[in-house]
Design a protein. Structure first.
Length: 714
């Protein structure tokens, strides 16, 4: 089908063809099959014309050029045979390659995002100009989907910007801004949007006069000019870097590197054929499937308003009060400041308040380049944060988020004092990690304006926010909390009330199991290693130290009060809390923290301290540890689905990936469970059934195993 009408052809100054991409089906241009067919037809028409001096390709959509290939089409073809994928790549590349052989100069005029297939198309042109006043971003995010650029990106980028720059761009998957692209030689001109077309036409004229584009065409068809020593050095440094970043769990960046190194000595056509083969080897692999799933989870989340009604709109949040200047209060305040939302911060302990403000300013004024605080930034942010010493100072805030100690009585006392001082429109929220919102709202005059807004630790790294609906929370409050969280750059999911909500309810069985494993004789480092090998960013014991042992203890108590049959109350946590070992914040917990790096070292004193709680001495394989840590999580997820805690099973997966760093290359907990199958999970649980109900298959799992059903059905 080539009748989508996504591309318009016009003629400027009588001899410049302009192709304007403006797909009426969406807010961004996507290189779907039909758009590629349209391009093909236009290229055929234009190639036959003798009267043209140049072709300019641009976007009709303000702020966005092309966001890449159509991932939905990728998904539809995920099971396609290898030859079909090779063929799809070869066809796409050969289409774009025609831009480098047309009988006139070809220029891409880039305004806004130009990534993936869009970046490849732009690279096949002779020249590129870019708008300086839009947020032009150029990049190859393919590795983030477990793939590599398959339409000539790995062929063309090394030729246009040099192998080293190309390796960095392709293997990192990160986009660069217009200025960096200009410095790299990727774009020739950086001009205001209004002058973009004129600049592109000027480039055509200059190239026609000078003829440099013809010499480049010849050169860029050849193998790269790079010596073996340089190639060896680049390979060694880049592979070490990739290994460090991926932990060997994401194959695409390394595959892209190996491809580019191996193809350096080939001409562009031969390199293109190799690229297609390399792309086909990655396409449809488990990691590719998992990462495509994460892409769709994220995409769905971006569009979700948190409520199903269309008639309710979020109210604006212009200022935020934060109560509690501890770990979480600091992180939440910093997230607001970074989006220039003014914050009023309060704490019952004056020292905690001043220390909190200092830490917040340190975080927000951190300068990556200087690797330290930036005084100018600190001054700017200091004006946005005000300490509150009396409740009245919180009165004008549109939203007040409480992040004090995890104790329902203390929290309720605070609300009783504060609520009458707030405006009737204001929203009061708790960052509680486990206490039911309905329980906290019990004594409030306006429970409909009370909601859980639960951030994750560390806030600067974890994109997830759980918006928790209490029994009386209104749709407007939910919609406002969701819009607010998005506004400060977070990914909110709405969950129904209940102990531990979603993520902590899933996390607690996993973390608790690590304590049981210690008591069953497993070594702490073996537990940590197994979880990390599974793909978790840190082991469960380190996670305890990051969260804070006291907070984790309170959270655990809420959980074992709610689910006494399956959460065992381990004596290990209270022992650490009693010893004042509260985790990173006190310099010791399960591990010792000697400096600010956050890296823990083993402490023999802890091993000694745990001795009375060790029930048996046994050796465990990493597989046994992994099964004990992660299968209870899957079981809990089945209970969560039955209890309708989430509106969609995909929220379980998004929540864990964005909230605790569950490995994206596994696609999410339920996606991973589906890759095993319910019957296999029932089987894997068998050896652990003697540990008690926490390891027994749930009715839902058994039913799924029997029916061969998956979590991602339909
Ligand atoms: P924290 O112990 O680091 O900080 C709590 C702060 O609240 C302290 O500075 C304390 O002086 C202050 N405070 C205590 N009672 C107060 C009162 N009545 N009025 C004013 N200030 C008071 O605790 P953290 O870790 O920041 O936790 C705070 C809340 O966030 C808890 O509800 C916790 O469950 C929740 N949370 C904690 C996470 C974590 O990983 N630590 C993650 C997500 C939520």
């Amino acid at each position: 089908m080539a009748d989508a009408g996504a591309i318009k052809l016009s003629i400027e100054e009588s001899d410049i063809a302009v192709l304007t991409l403006d797909d009426p089906r969406g807010s961004a241009n996507v290189l779907s099959r039909s758009v590629l067919d349209e391009l093909d037809q236009h290229f055929t028409t234009l190639e036959g014309r003798k009267d043209l001096a140049g072709l300019v390709i641009r976007s009709g959509k303000p702020g966005v050029f092309i966001v890449g290939a159509d991932i939905r089409e990728f998904l539809a073809g995920i099971d396609a045979p290898r030859e079909q994928i090779v063929d799809m790549c070869n066809r796409g590349r050969k289409l774009f390659q025609r831009l480098s052989t047309m009988p006139f100069v070809t220029v891409t005029a880039i305004e806004g995002q130009c990534v993936g297939g869009g970046a490849e198309m732009a690279l096949w042109c002779d020249r590129r100009v870019v708008s300086s006043d839009s947020k032009a971003m150029f990049g190859f995010p393919e590795v983030k989907l477990g793939l590599l650029p398959g339409w000539g990106g790995t062929v063309r980028a090394p030729r246009v910007i040099g192998l080293s720059n190309a390796v960095e761009l392709v293997t990192s998957g990160e986009s660069i801004d217009a200025k960096t692209a200009n410095l790299m030689g990727l774009v020739s001109d950086l001009v205001p949007s209004a002058k973009l077309l004129a600049a592109a036409i000027q480039v055509v004229r200059a190239e026609q006069r000078g003829g440099q584009f013809k010499r480049d065409r010849g050169l860029w068809q050849q193998p790269l000019e790079i010596g073996d020593t340089e190639l060896g050095f680049l390979g060694a440094t880049a592979s070490a870097m990739i290994q460090g970043q991926t932990g060997g769990q994401y194959p695409a960046p390394m595959a892209a590197l190996e491809l580019m190194l191996a193809s350096a000595g080939l001409d562009a056509d031969a390199a293109g054929l190799e690229e297609a083969k390399a792309m086909a080897s990655l396409f449809g692999t488990p990691v590719n499937r998992a990462l495509i799933n994460v892409f769709f989870l994220t995409d769905r989340n971006k569009k979700d308003t948190g409520i199903d009604r269309k008639d309710v709109k979020p109210q604006p949040i212009r200022s935020v009060g934060v109560i509690g200047a501890g770990i979480m209060g600091q992180g939440i305040s910093a997230a607001n400041l970074k989006r220039t939302l003014p914050v009023v911060l309060a704490d019952a302990v004056p020292d905690a308040l001043s220390k909190g403000i200092q830490q917040i300013l340190e975080e927000v004024s951190y300068d990556k380049e200087k690797q330290g605080p930036n005084a100018q930034k600190a001054v700017k942010f200091a004006a946005l944060i005000n300490p509150a010493t009396v409740d009245a100072e919180l009165a004008p805030c549109d939203l007040v988020i409480e992040a004090i100690v995890e104790n329902p009585e203390v929290k309720k006392q605070l609300y009783a004092r504060l609520e009458p001082r707030l405006s009737p429109q204001a929203i009061l929220a708790s960052n509680t990690s486990t206490i039911p919102i309905t329980q906290l709202a019990a004594g409030l005059a306006r429970p409909e304006r009370f909601v859980g807004i639960h951030f994750f630790n560390p806030v600067r790294k974890m994109p997830l926010v759980e918006v928790i609906r209490g029994a009386k929370t209104s749709d407007e409050t939910i919609a406002t909390a969701v819009a607010y969280a998005k506004n400060i750059g977070k990914s909110p999911i709405v969950v129904n009330d209940g102990p531990g909500f979603l993520v902590n309810r899933l996390l607690l069985p996993y973390m608790n199991e690590s304590l049981e494993l210690i008591s069953d004789g497993a070594e702490m480092k073996a537990i940590e290693r197994s979880a990390k090998k599974f793909g978790m960013p840190m082991g469960p014991l380190t996670l305890y130290d990051v969260i804070g042992l006291d907070t984790a203890f309170y959270a655990g108590r809420v959980m074992w009060e709610a689910f006494p049959d399956r959460i065992a109350a381990s004596p290990i946590l209270p022992a650490l809390v009693k010893a004042g070992r509260l985790g990173q914040k006190t310099g010791s917990g399960f591990f010792l923290y000697k400096d600010k790096s956050g890296r823990g070292t083993p402490d023999p004193a802890v091993v000694e301290m745990f001795k009375p709680y060790i029930r048996k001495q046994e050796k465990y394989t990493p597989e046994q540890i992994t099964a004990r840590l992660f299968l209870p999580m899957v079981l809990e997820a089945t209970r969560i689905l039955e209890a309708k805690v989430v509106r969609d099973p995909r929220d379980v997966d998004l929540g864990l990936i964005f909230g605790v760093g569950f490995p994206p290359f596994k696609g999410g907990l339920l996606f991973w469970a589906d890759s095993l199958g319910a019957a296999k999970i029932v089987e894997l649980l068998k050896p652990f059934e003697n540990l008690g109900p926490r390891m027994h298959p749930t009715p839902l799992l058994l039913e799924m195993a029997k029916a061969g059903r998956r979590f991602y059905a339909g």
